[in-house]
Design a binder for this molecule. Sequence first.
Ligand code: SF4
Length: 372
Amino acid sequence: MAREQVTLAKRRVARAVRVGKVTVGGDSPISVQSMTTTKTADVEGTLVQIYSLAAAGAEIVRCTCNSQDAADGLRQIIPRSPVPIVADIHFHVEMALAALEAGVAALRLNPGNLRKPEEIKLVAREAGARGVPIRIGVNAGSLHPDFAKRYGGITAEAMVASALHELELFHEVGFDDVAFSVKASNVALMIAAYRLLAERVDHPLHLGVTEAGPLPGGLIKATAGIATLLAEGIGDTIRYSLTADPVEEARAGRQLLESLGLRERKGLDFIACPSCGRAEIDVVAVATEAQRELEKLGLPLQVAVMGCNVNGPGEAREADIGIAAGKGKGHLFIKGKIVEVVPEARMVEALVEEAQAIMSEGIEARLSKKRR
Ligand code: SF4
């Protein structure tokens, strides 16, 4: 039976901002970002990480630009990077200017850390002259104290007011090539701030829960904030801020967008039941091993492992390939058709073999071959 196609809230219409070859906002797909953890002055090490991030799904990568050495590193990294590079700027106007000189695709300015209006306007003027956009990146943890004072603390209103004040300064020098973020480590605060900002501006929004922490809690926090907003149609680019290898951030970002149907699937979509007293096989062991082996193949397939015949055949039938288990053995399905009965000990192997065969021969060819 065909399943109903469910859609999320209509995406908020944002103006388009070009970050190098990637458009953020407009009708372009929601993009995935991450940030390097290497010293930017370490050109080779940073490039290795950028390539890993790009392979894991990052489409824009941010590097800190906190010293002249870092700016010199950026100058060498940018022409060799597979994705546009954004420079992260705090405190030092000279670093923003040096990053622009180095050829970055965009700047991120933190209004809480770079506060002098004349310096902010100087950066905006220089960015404008080069056609380089700026993300006004407010962070609850470094909110400009004037706004915290005016609004009685670190509130969504205070964060949005700080962001809009920075935009006003930009406007004074005719600069409007802007994206925004209003991140907080408190998920409810972050959601409130983005909702408020989304009503006030038509610029693209970069979503993130800042300092979400290590896995798995960090993933849950970040997903709670980012996914809630995406489901409401808010957000044009996303970053998971995890205390982990940034490759995990890129993977998570990509996977979230694919799970919500906002990006086409590039990798594995693995479905497995949680197991229960009805299970006829060791679901956890089979599913864990199958997922590990299938992830190595990096194929864009939906694969299901189900422990019994309650939901098993239904889910397994919806997937490209699946196992619906019976006692110590299971039915192997391809697109809803039972093609084989496999013993528990051979389930992982059968799924991997079939996944490889489908990718090289195509699903229809596999089905007709298996039916013979
Ligand atoms: S598919 Fe079967 S074994 Fe798995 S959770 Fe559902 S009822 Fe339990």
